[in-house]
Write a protein that binds this ligand. Structure first.
Ligand code: EPU
Length: 422
């Protein structure tokens, strides 16, 4: 079993370049299925979720190659339209293949993705969007059978779901006529997907606002694209400095995409300076508590940054209230933080973090991706050694968390631990 061993209690000093965004690259890879040519994607992070996505593309008959951070996908002759359960189960976001498979092949067969470690993850809005474009969808024995020739239509999402917006965009590009998506998610990753689709010749506009308009039905050619930097990874590394003290810099990222996070860190007493493609942070003394943090769709405070910012505020002076409004089960890091001495009470959507003067190193286990990263950060701010297991969760979204934290001056190594059954 692999673990991170973290020697905490030492201030950081360093600089790190931010990897490509997981939540951009996954729908973009699914979008390559729409192209009749070759797609070249730069800045593709090495993540297990990316590997699983490439496996799905291969299974569907695409030729896939990786060289460093560049991935090439040739989807000129896809052969399949069904994704087996074993691949669907690897990650919940494989549901984003539904729109592109259906759009390209006229039929699709996928397993129902079900719940995940963050709680129930319904896909009713994905299905509603595809039905609005003419898809016939049957759900039988946990499988989804979809078919139909798609035509443009009006899609109004009752909530601004990221995945449903992406699925709707990807299906609409193949649907004859005009599609309008209203109450679309406005995340930067949606804009990145639009940029990629435009590079393939798609007629699509409006991403980044609540209304996206697509003139679909034309074949797409190949194209080249550089994946957006990961704003959540950037938020994680800034929070690492906030948790451990010292100073640090993240580069290659657009500060405007993480301004709700940097605003919180500044309110907590950190000095934050944003440049054109970098953010610097300096911690001058003990952090202080901040006004309530409520997670919300972009441009609100991201749910994906809730855990890492909480880790940074565990030692702040005073109490901070968190309201997690996006997912039902996103406080699984709290019990583990408590093992390190944190004082956090959770009731439903609300967590109250009462700052303690000191955290202590402990054995802790990641239960999900961002919560796992948060435990590593708490370890950096804790006295003594922290041993963190459950690293497979972290590898889904961070290409080299330990290496990047070392670039920031942290003492963290990945080691194999022999587990003896007792
Ligand atoms: N929802 C529905 N019905 C649907 C779809 C969503 O009720 O058909 C609900 C969800 O249950 C949730 C809310 O809407 O309560 C928001 O879900 P959304 O669809 O926006 O999220 P997602 O597309 O499943 C993406 C990211 C998540 C990130 C969320 C919110 C990817 C691959 N995943 O998920 O990223 O937390 O948006 O910003 O893009 C992560 O990176 O750690 C992660 C979980």
């Amino acid at each position: 079993m692999s673990v991170f061993k973290i020697q905490g209690g030492r201030p950081l000093s360093g600089s790190v370049r931010v990897q490509g965004a997981k939540n951009s690259v996954l729908p973009i890879l699914a979008a390559t299925l729409l192209s009749e040519g070759v797609c070249v994607l730069h800045n593709c992070p090495r993540l297990t979720d990316v590997d699983h996505t490439l496996d799905i593309l291969r299974h569907l008959g695409c030729r896939v190659a990786r060289e460093g951070e560049t991935v090439t996908v040739d989807a000129s002759a896809p052969t399949g339209w069904a994704v087996p359960d074993s691949l669907m189960r690897e990650m919940r976001s494989s549901v984003v293949f539904l729109g592109p498979i259906l759009g390209r092949m006229g039929q699709a067969e996928l397993t129902y993705p079900g719940g995940c470690e963050l709680g129930p993850r319904p896909i009713d809005l994905h299905l509603m969007a595809l039905r609005a474009l003419g898809a016939e969808i049957e759900e039988r024995n946990g499988r989804l059978f979809c078919k139909g020739k798609l035509t443009g239509g009006d899609i109004t999402l009752s909530l601004a779901s990221v995945g449903a917006t992406e699925n709707a965009m990807l299906a609409a590009v193949m649907a004859e006529g005009t599609t309008t998506i209203t109450n679309a998610a406005r995340e930067p990753e949606i804009v990145d997907l639009q940029n990629f689709l435009q590079a393939l010749g798609a007629k699509i506009r409006g991403a980044g606002s609540s209304v996206i308009v697509i003139e679909g039905g034309k074949p797409l050619h190949g194209g080249e694209h550089t994946v957006l930097a990961d704003r959540i990874v950037a938020a994680t590394y800034l929070s690492a400095v906030a948790a451990a003290g010292g100073e640090g810099e993240v580069t290659g990222v657009d500060w405007r995409q993480l301004s709700t996070v940097t605003a919180v860190l500044a309110e907590a007493g950190c000095q934050v300076e944003s440049g054109a493609q970098s953010v610097r942070i300096r911690v001058l003394g003990r952090l202080r508590s901040v006004r309530p943090i409520r997670t919300a769709p972009y441009p609100g405070f991201p749910t994906d940054a809730q855990a890492v910012v909480m880790a940074a505020l565990c030692k702040a002076e005073g109490a901070t209230v968190f309201a997690e409004n996006m997912f039902d089960s996103r406080y699984r890091h709290v019990d583990e933080l408590a093992r390190m001495g944190a004082d956090i009470r959770v009731e439903g959507k609300v967590a109250v973090v009462c700052g303690v003067p000191c955290l202590f190193g402990a054995r802790v286990r990641a239960a999900d991706l961002r919560g796992g990263a948060a435990l590593a950060l708490a370890g950096l701010g804790a006295e003594g050694e922290t041993i963190l297991s459950g690293l497979h969760h972290i590898c889904r979204g961070y290409s080299d968390l330990a290496g990047d934290l070392r670039a920031l001056g942290a003492e963290i190594v990945r080691e194999e631990e022999i587990v003896t059954e007792s």
